[in-house]
Write a protein that binds this ligand. Sequence first.
Ligand code: CO
Length: 289
Amino acid sequence: MQASTTDTRLQHPRSVERLVQGQATSDGAGVKLVRLLTQDLQRRLDPFLMLDAFATDNPGDYIGGFPDHPHRGFETVTVMLEGRMRHRDSAGNEGLLAPGSVQWMTAGRGVIHSEMPEQQDGRMEGFQLWLNLPARDKLCAPAYRDISPDQIPTLTQPGVSVRVIAGSSHGVAGAVQRDGTEPLLLDIRLEPGARFEQPLPAAHNGFVHVYRGELSVGDTLVRQRRMAILAQHAGSDGVRLQAGTDGARALLVAGRPLGEPIAQYGPFVMNSDAEIFQAVEDFRAGRLA
Ligand code: CO
């Protein structure tokens, strides 16, 4: 699906509140990654809980994969750029995450899954974003969807190509829509010097992660592998990106904050400590699968 539009320009684009470098860490069975959205930013970037980036040509950095582990209370969104990972879960779902695909998993009341590399060498690159569920949906039935590259609508403008994974952009509806948090997830490719504007509700939290080249958000230069937290101004109408001389690729993520308490213990994200204790107890008792 394609569309080309000429919208009126933004009048009050957002500036950058803060640039984030992320923290090198490892997760699963030793998979090396950079955690860009860390736990201390969960309130500021509500309803998003985590963003990890992984990008390596070294199999030693990813070969251990993510063996069986549980989740409860939120959704995981995996964006694969390069490489192949096999997903299996306790709800009986199995899928291959291939280059250009997206996996959207709703953990809800509980799922146990594994994500293991289906390659011995070669490049592995992508992202995992965690999106919170509203309190009323945290114990919903688990769900899982593999979204192949051809199921992701693309918006094109001069010098700009946008994969609309969730939400909508310039009249192009994305592959996933969510009430409540209204997440927007765009994978944006900009030719050298190209500009892209995305309207955003002023009350929504948002950030931009640049993973190739560099770009400007308003007057702020955002270099490769940095995340820019978008400032909140009353009356702002969106965000304006302009690529540097080498072009850029970036994720733009935004959503409506839930404003609910966040209680996280590892792979469980609930609203209170009591609910976390219950999640751990249910997992130990085999009630998550
Ligand atoms: Co997981």
